[in-house]
Design a protein around this ligand. Structure first.
Ligand code: 13P
Ligand code: SF4
Length: 300
């Protein structure tokens, strides 16, 4: 660990009145430099209450844009300009509008892993931590849910009284789509308790002991001694630090390339130069804010 660099980052944070928020999948050195680490919901909720003028969001673009939409008066910086989310790319705002007119009367729930322009077309946003709760809260029986078809399927399995239509049917995360029954069987042979992210395919969710968001994995870690984490491998660093006496196993190839784009050098540069500040049209932010705030209001 470069402690001189961490000290410089600390100093820069004070000078710029900045706070660093990082997602659970970020590399170890970024997690170590962060003030707050969390899942998508925790980061969105925290972004709403920070007092600093600048939020440096170490994660992917939709997370930084969500923070900006909730804090239009603040500077929100994404240190790696091109850190995107291939799952979010499955859905365009036009697709949401078309699906809405094909299914009049259906509610539109969009996963936070979506573009701001798509969120602006939604009734409400959700994350993997609250997707079931969000859909349950709606009066509509039919729900258009995108862009993750696996999360849509998970919600449908928990709420049989609802008709969930995945939008689009093929939307998925390439990292979580790698997992199969073989991973569940291997975990059982190792004597591990298996926890999987709801973005995993149905066969994995059905075989796992627990299905949870990355924040849920942190909350549940104390319940077993040896875990198989069927999600992006970055979460293991956080869990191992929090629970040094426990074992956390991951698949070494379960890597989200976009979550690994920010280095400590980029973080330091971001604090020095203010790059790359998220810029979004005011009217777009206005339209996307309602669906995001409706989700956050449900948490209260
Ligand atoms: P969480 O909200 O569970 O952290 O998930 C975010 C994500 O991108 C999963 O791939
Ligand atoms: Fe997107 Fe998957 Fe990466 Fe999460 S792990 S940010 S869903 S590509």
């Amino acid at each position: 660990m470069n402690s001189d660099q961490l000290k410089r980052i600390e100093q820069l944070k004070k000078e710029k009145n900045a706070i660093i928020l990082a997602h659970n999948y970020e590399p170890p050195e970024i997690q170590d430099a962060a003030d707050i680490i969390g899942d998508s919901l925790e980061l969105a909720v925290k972004a709403q209450s920070v007092t600093e003028d600048t939020i440096v969001l170490c994660g992917v673009r939709f997370m930084a844009e969500t923070a900006k939409v909730l804090n239009p008066e603040k500077t929100v910086i994404l240190p790696a300009k091109d850190a995107g989310c291939p799952l979010a790319d499955f859905l365009t705002p036009e697709m949401v509008r078309e699906a809405r007119s094909a299914h009049p009367g259906a509610a539109v729930v969009l996963y936070v892993n979506s573009d701001t322009a798509a969120k602006a077309e939604a009734d409400i946003v959700c994350t993997s931590a609250n997707a079931v709760e969000v859909v349950r809260s709606l009066k509509e029986k039919t729900v258009l849910f995108g862009p993750d078809s696996n999360l849509a399927d998970y919600v449908a399995s928990q709420l049989p009284e609802k008709t969930i239509i995945p939008l689009p049917p093929e939307g998925h995360c390439y990292v979580h789509a790698k997992f199969s029954c073989d991973d569940v069987i291997a975990a059982a042979e190792m004597g591990c308790t298996t926890i999987c992210h709801p973005e995993c395919p149905r066969e994995v969710r059905n075989g796992a002991d627990v299905v949870a968001s990355t924040g849920g994995m942190v909350k549940m870690a104390e319940n077993a001694d040896s875990w198989m984490l069927l999600t992006e491998k970055g979460i293991a660093y956080r869990l191992q630090k929090l629970f040094p006496e426990k074992e956390f196993h991951v698949r070494e190839d379960a890597v989200c390339d976009d979550m690994k784009k920010i280095s400590l050098d980029m973080l330091e540069q971001a604090l020095i130069t203010g790059e790359y500040a998220v810029e979004l049209p005011a009217d777009l932010m206005e339209r996307a804010r309602g669906p995001i705030e409706r989700m956050i209001a449900l948490q209260r």
